[in-house]
Design a protein around this ligand. Structure first.
Ligand code: UDP
Ligand code: MG
Length: 310
């Protein structure tokens, strides 16, 4: 019998854990011809998430729990899930029920038809702030403008993927993963699956601005070198501007057009502007170097504190 595995990362999700479990298992047990497992990752929550998961797992051995020693982040949680799944078709879903579990049977049909990645594409997004909608839109457009691989717009990590894809992803030891990008990068037969993204069932978003910016940085930096080339472009541009100013100064001096000796304002503007350009360029470099440093340390991407039913 074929098996479906579902990966559910959870961070402070005590208000949704039970509902998430019951909606997922009600959906999955009614799919004929398949067995299933739910892999819940407690990403270092300090509320009752783990307690609730433990209770569920003791009653239902299809529920497997991995609990991290601290918060390692959503992408690390999904990465851990991918390393422990045993199914043939693997679903990645958020715990907050924004991605309806009831869509899994439809996605599975496409998998049976031979698609290897069926990625959720948000037709609409209920209950998100205008800021989140705008920033997400800008991010996906920027990412695609910069990146060499086509990364589908308006997608999240909600998707159904084939075992083959999971095995390929598991071979990649990189830190600071941007999984939705990696999954499109690996190729195979992919298709979008449009759906309406619902409001959070309960609780608040676990993606504050800081985490969103980190994810956006990981996305851009792991899929593009163009920011580095832009730094070079900026350098050439500023040399060109200074060369034009030099010619202007010489011409003014020779033909006595303007007296350029009293130049405090223009000097200050020039100095602060180019100091800004240089620091900005250093920042771009440091984002890359910081990530190279993360790779060289070769620390694990997460630490498992506890496993249940595994
Ligand atoms: N999440 C996680 N670790 C984190 C942040 C989030 O495991 O550090 C989980 C969270 O519990 C949820 C999923 O990632 O299942 C998506 O988070 P959330 O719904 O808060 O993000 P949003 O939908 O607001 O972008
Ligand atoms: Mg959510």
């Amino acid at each position: 019998m074929k098996k479906i595995s579902v990966i559910i990362p959870m961070y402070y999700e005590q208000d949704v854990a039970e509902e998430c479990y019951s909606r997922l298992s009600n959906t999955l047990k009614n799919i004929p011809g398949y067995e299933y497992e739910l892999i819940c990752i407690n990403d270092g929550s300090k509320d009752k998430t783990l307690e609730i998961l433990e209770q569920i797992a003791y009653q239902d051995e299809k529920v497997k729990v991995i609990s991290f020693s601290r918060n390692f982040g959503h992408q690390a949680a999904v990465t851990a899930g991918l390393q422990y799944v045993t199914g043939d078709a693997i679903v990645i879903i958020d715990a907050d029920l924004q991605d309806p579990p009831e869509l899994i049977p439809e996605m599975l049909k496409f998998w049976e038809d031979g698609y290897e990645v069926i990625y959720g594409k948000r037709k609409s997004r209920a209950g998100e702030s205008p800021f989140k909608l705008l920033s997400a839109k800008m991010f996906y457009r920027t990412l695609n403008a910069l990146s060499d691989v086509e990364i589908p717009k308006d997608t999240g990590d909600f998707r159904l993927i084939d075992r083959k894809v999971v095995d390929t992803i598991n071979l990649m030891p990189e830190h600071n993963k941007f999984l939705r990008g990696l999954i499109s990068w690996v190729g195979y037969k992919q298709m979008p699956f449009e759906y309406e993204r619902k409001e959070r069932f309960a609780g608040k978003t676990k993606y504050p601005l800081r985490k969103m910016l980190k994810l956006a940085g990981d996305g851009i930096i792991s899929f593009s070198n163009k920011p580095l080339k832009l730094v070079g472009g900026l350098g050439i541009l500023s040399i060109f501007v200074s060369f034009c100013l030099l010619i202007y100064a010489i011409v003014s001096y020779i033909f006595k057009l303007n007296d350029l000796s009293a130049g405090w304002t223009s000097l200050m503007i020039g100095i602060t502007f180019f100091a800004g350009v240089q620091l900005l360029s250093l920042w771009v470099l440091s984002e890359y170097i910081g990530r190279i440093y993360d790779e060289t340390k070769q620390r694990p991407q997460y630490i498992v504190d506890k496993k249940i039913n595994l």
